[in-house]
Design a protein around this ligand. Sequence first.
Ligand SMILES: Cc1cc2nc3c(=O)[nH]c(=O)nc-3n(C[C@H](O)[C@H](O)[C@H](O)COP(=O)(O)O)c2cc1C
Length: 272
Amino acid sequence: MTDAPDLVHARYRDPALLGGVAMNPVLETILRHSSCRAFLPDPIPPATLEAIIASASAAATSSNLQVWSLMVVEDPARKARLAALAGGQKHIEQSPTFLVWLADLARLDTIARQNQTNVEGIHYLELFMVALIDAALAAQNAVVALESLGLGSVYIGALRNQPERVAAELGLPKLVFPAFGLSIGVPDPKGTSAIKPRLPQSVVVHREQYNATVDLAALAAYDGRMSAFQQEQVMPDERWSQRVISRVKTPESLTGRHRMREALASLGFVLK
Ligand SMILES: Cc1cc2nc3c(=O)[nH]c(=O)nc-3n(C[C@H](O)[C@H](O)[C@H](O)COP(=O)(O)O)c2cc1C
């Protein structure tokens, strides 16, 4: 077992960190996270999936509204169609189970209708944000749970490239938004799995008041650490700060998601 200072250091590769916190299995699972993009075909046992979903349900949820739902996709043909809609990412087809996390205001609407009530609040942007936050918190609990069981996963934001077509594929009613996917399964030991360094705490943490200047030296150090990481992984070595700029440089760089307002409107979200 690696001790805590090593895992904290591995997460940032930043010598300025204090370290020294005692390790426990929860910290170790969280600090060791890495996305998995190569899976064995082994199915996930139903009881394991149930425990993963229970962990998702255990996440905090705003006002206990629980405005998220989960779609479990295991049909190979459907996974292939979803992969095609998400930029052809092969791990969607390769993983035995593909989860789609849904921001779901339809259930609340249905409950209200069954009570002969209209719920105007669900048509406000705030409730959509609540549903997205709930879905993300649930999903991340699932990721920690499955990684603690030796499984792997990768989030699929590209599922939002064509939200209307994904919604049609999954038979989603109005007011249900496919927020992101998550491929899960047993990691293929031949795949890579390494702890990707994150921005230094000095860059992401503010104390008392926001500091609008970005510490250029710390940023350059991070670019260097990411560059070393990319080389270790035999991946293209593009500077991190350049890569994030190009990811948002033009509307087209958003890979179809620049029309999100229009997509949301057609899925029934008013967003007042
Ligand atoms: C909401 C979300 C969407 C993501 N979408 C994708 C995706 O479509 N394809 C992919 O390969 N990775 C995707 N990722 C994974 C990120 O690329 C990955 O988490 C990031 O590079 C950090 O690497 P790590 O998870 O291995 O530490 C996504 C992650 C998040 C949180």
